[in-house]
Design a protein around this ligand. Structure first.
Ligand code: CLF
Ligand code: SF4
Length: 292
């Protein structure tokens, strides 16, 4: 139960720069505490940040939960409009649940009110949804690229679930089932869910409105149709790019179904600042931490 002394979830949405473009003066801070992943997307190379939520290209230094909390305390002093703490990789937040949990607990101890936001591929959502709510997470992003196992099999190489590695359509079906039931568990309890969709030319581009329709039915608030950034060394490295016009046309079409995000910056897993002004690089330089 949220006591009236604290921000309600609606207040938190009002000051969340990703969920509300009117909140562009508020800053978010990603804490890169989650290195592992439990699935394999064909557009991913593990040595970079998770392209589901974070822009690939730079390796982010992993922090321990203790280090993350220290960094939060420092940044809080320098960035007065900081309203959101996000966990967005560089792998999957829920594939590193212990670290995610500890980090959020430490920070909640320091600040009862700051918004907790999390990005995940959704595989472990049914298992952890209730705990996330208890930890005070109010906003969850799930990256969902398809709702058809046949299509999903082209996008995901494998899924590691409960100690078994699954491939092909079975892997995709497990992932999709968990994404959908996980989102439903969250939205039924008032948690705000955004669905990121990576638009992959010739693979899922025609299928995206179907994904948007499906997630609308289970209570998602907004979808964020993102461009695939081809990463060298990934399965999809030489796929043709979706151009700006095509992305915008797809967003416009899907806006008939559900509100769309138009201002995503495909942030790094250690991004800090307003969406228009990421100060994470400057920050790591002046703090002398190593950056690869
Ligand atoms: Fe981070 Fe994502 Fe939360 Fe925002 S980013 S976990 S919802 S606080 Fe925002 Fe960055 Fe786009 Fe993500 S602009 S990549 S949508
Ligand atoms: Fe890579 Fe992210 Fe997919 Fe995991 S969820 S395989 S880190 S793109």
């Amino acid at each position: 139960e949220i006591s009236p002394k604290y921000k309600t979830i609606a207040d938190k949405t009002d000051t969340h720069p990703c969920y509300n473009c009117g909140a562009h003066n508020y800053a978010r801070m990603h804490l890169p505490i989650a290195p592992k992943c439990n699935i394999s997307c064909n557009y991913c190379v593990r040595k970079y940040d998770c392209p589901n939520e974070s822009r690939p290209g730079v390796t982010t230094k992993i922090l321990t939960p203790e280090e993350a909390c220290e960094k939060y305390l420092e940044v809080k002093e320098r960035v007065p409009n900081l309203s959101v703490i996000g966990i967005a990789g560089p792998g999957d937040a829920l594939a590193n649940f212990e670290e995610t949990k500890k980090t959020l607990e430490y920070i909640r101890n320091e600040d009862k009110d700051i918004t907790f936001c999390l990005s995940t591929n959704g595989l472990m959502l049914p298992q952890y949804a209730n705990e996330l709510i208890e930890l005070g997470v109010s906003h969850v992003t799930v990256t969902m690229n398809a709702v058809e196992p046949k299509l999903g099999a082209k996008i995901y190489k494998y899924v590691d679930y409960m100690g078994v590695r699954y491939f092909g359509e079975i892997a995709a079906a497990i992932l999709m089932t968990n994404q959908l039931s996980g989102i439903k568990m969250l939205t039924s309890k008032g948690i705000i869910c955004k669905v990121n969709i990576v638009m992959i030319k010739g693979i899922n581009d025609n299928h995206i409105p179907e994904v948007v329709n499906k997630v609308k039915k289970i209570g998602a608030t907004i979808t964020n149709i993102m461009r695939l950034i081809p990463v060298q060394g990934s399965e999809f490295e030489s796929l043709p790019l979706v151009n700006n016009k095509e992305i915008m046309a797809m967003r416009k079409q899907c806006e008939e179904i559900l509100p769309q995000m138009y201002h995503c910056k495909q942030c790094r897993a250690d991004a800090i600042g307003t969406l228009g002004n990421d100060i994470s690089i400057e920050y790591s330089k002046c703090h002398n931490s190593e950056k690869v």
